[in-house]
Design a protein around this ligand. Structure first.
Ligand code: 5AD
Ligand code: SF4
Length: 468
């Protein structure tokens, strides 16, 4: 680190994994900027590099160590000034592996978990202080109190874009047998209603039009609403919908077993709530769902989807799937394909089962050979891709309200999101960024839609354009 306190120190954060990590990375910057840091977009010139890691599957987890190897080389190539570059491992790998990381990667100066980053300035000071033996301390902080973190985080000084994340709930008590989240993020914790509303109002005042409420199990939300009451996710959404300027509300990720009537009716009553739902199902086989400890059947999931569709016609569904769970037979895998055919998804994420240390499924009998996992994943992805393309193709010719978020790759082009989270490209000036504009979809690309803005009037309500 620079000793000259006048110069801003350069901070580079690399984010792996989910949107919760993306939110956390921004908040880490919020903590450090008042302490003389400024963000840079490459590790080469950084004084502090933070890897905000993901532990969900083996591949994500191992990537950290290859990146640490590259950072070691950068540090070495920088010569003597390289010794002033500090490297921190944060996030879920940090939480799961703790000091093991220090042993495996001597280049790492500090390690901290997802609930400890409000203490970053103090950890950095400790990491810079020489101890009696002339060495430096290498702090490891994997404490678990999420409430303390939210209470002490400073308000963000950064300028958000048109769409922003807002973390409302963290952790999970469901213990699906394949999943590390209950171990890396800890028990369920809901932030109280008041600071969430305050954060949403601050974002709206800075021009944010869309917020995505984040939580590992977001519909388990039960935040303190004052006067001894708690608010459900549906109630929180209704409160957020009263905020001026917030035109779009989304939430992710939900757990099917914990959807309540109030959340479903919010989809009918709150026009700001976008008609798009990420509702992971993992498998279409009741036996597999049971050994996964998902606590519901395929039929329950299908009925739930039907209730959402009845409440909000046109709602699009997205999901997560795991193939090759221990013991999964061909017929059980076919049941997953069947469920996919019955629902019809607009988008989805699918994964090969990855045995995660410490989870019950890692030591279950009947681990599935890699080859079979690959074949099943390919078959599932082919079906999901067909459904996604069909969903996109059905948008051609329609006028959709698009929230434009940033300039495109070519001059005169801007990129936004449809209500169903599809990326939409259109010709338009930068002054349209931050606005919701009716856009006629004229073609589909592989990962996006092409649109033509057909009026220069901004619409204030999503429903107006959706009614077209
Ligand atoms: N192996 C494969 N996929 C997993 N997921 C979670 N744990 C595992 C695992 N051990 C997937 C689930 C979850 C998504 C975030 O990651 O589908 O919904
Ligand atoms: Fe993991 Fe989600 Fe299951 Fe919680 S509900 S254990 S986060 S898969």
């Amino acid at each position: 680190m620079r000793s000259n306190a006048e110069l801003p120190k350069k901070l580079f954060i690399k984010t792996y994994g989910c949107q919760m990590n993306a939110y956390d990375s921004e908040r880490m910057a919020d903590v450090l900027i008042p302490h003389g840091f400024e963000a840079v977009d490459n590790p080469e010139s950084a004084d502090l590099v933070i890897l905000n890691t993901c532990h969900i599957r083996e591949k994500a987890s191992e990537k950290v160590y290859s990146d640490l190897g590259r950072l070691r080389d950068i540090k070495r190539d920088r010569g003597p000034s390289g010794s002033e570059m500090m490297i921190a491992v944060a996030g879920c790998v940090a939480q799961a592996e703790g000091d093991e990381i220090l042993r495996r990667a001597p280049v790492v100066d500090l390690v901290f978990g997802p609930q400890a980053y409000h203490r970053l300035p103090e950890m950095l000071t400790r990491a810079q202080t020489f101890n009696a033996r002339g060495g430096r301390e290498r702090p490891v902080d994997t404490d678990f109190a999420a409430s303390e973190k939210f209470d002490t985080l400073p308000d963000s000084q950064q300028t958000p874009g048109a769409a922003a994340f807002l973390s409302i709930q963290e952790g999970c008590d469901k213990f699906c047998t394949y999943c590390v989240v209950p171990y890396t993020r800890g028990a369920e914790y809901s932030r109280p209603v008041a600071p969430i509303l305050a954060e949403a109002k601050r974002l709206a005042a800075k021009g944010v039009r869309e917020i995505t409420l984040l939580g590992q199990n977001v519909n388990a939300y039960h935040g303190n609403a004052g006067k001894g009451e708690t608010a459900s996710l549906g109630q929180l959404i209704r409160r957020l919908a009263e905020i001026d300027g917030l035109a779009r509300i989304r939430y992710t990720t939900s757990y099917p077993g914990e959807v309540d009537d109030d959340l479903i009716s919010a989809h009918a009553d709150v026009p700001q709530l976008m008609p798009y739902l990420h509702l992971p199902v993992q498998s279409g086989s009741d036996r597999i769902l049971n050994v996964m400890n998902r606590r519901h059947t395929a039929e329950f999931y299908l009925a739930l989807v039907a209730r959402f569709r009845a409440a909000r016609p046109g709602i699009a569904l997205s999901s997560d799937f795991i193939v090759g769970f221990p013991g999964e037979t061909n017929a059980e895998f076919e049941a997953t394909l069947d469920l996919v055919r019955q629902v019809g998804f607009a988008s989805a994420f699918s994964f090969k089962f990855s045995a995660r240390p410490g989870t019950p499924a890692a030591s279950m009998d009947g681990q599935i050979p890699e080859q079979i996992k690959m074949e099943r994943l390919a078959a599932l992805q082919a079906l999901l891709e067909k459904q996604r393309q069909a969903f996109n193709a059905a948008c051609v010719g329609r006028s959709l309200p698009v929230l434009f978020e940033k300039p495109g790759r070519h001059a005169g082009q801007i990129i936004g999101r449809s209500p169903w989270l599809q990326a939409v490209f259109a010709e338009g000036g930068a002054e349209l960024i931050g606005q919701i504009i009716p856009t006629r979809i004229i073609a589909t690309g592989s990962n996006s839609l092409r649109g033509r803005i057909h009026t220069d009037t901004q619409i204030h309500s999503e429903t107006k354009a959706a009614a077209e």
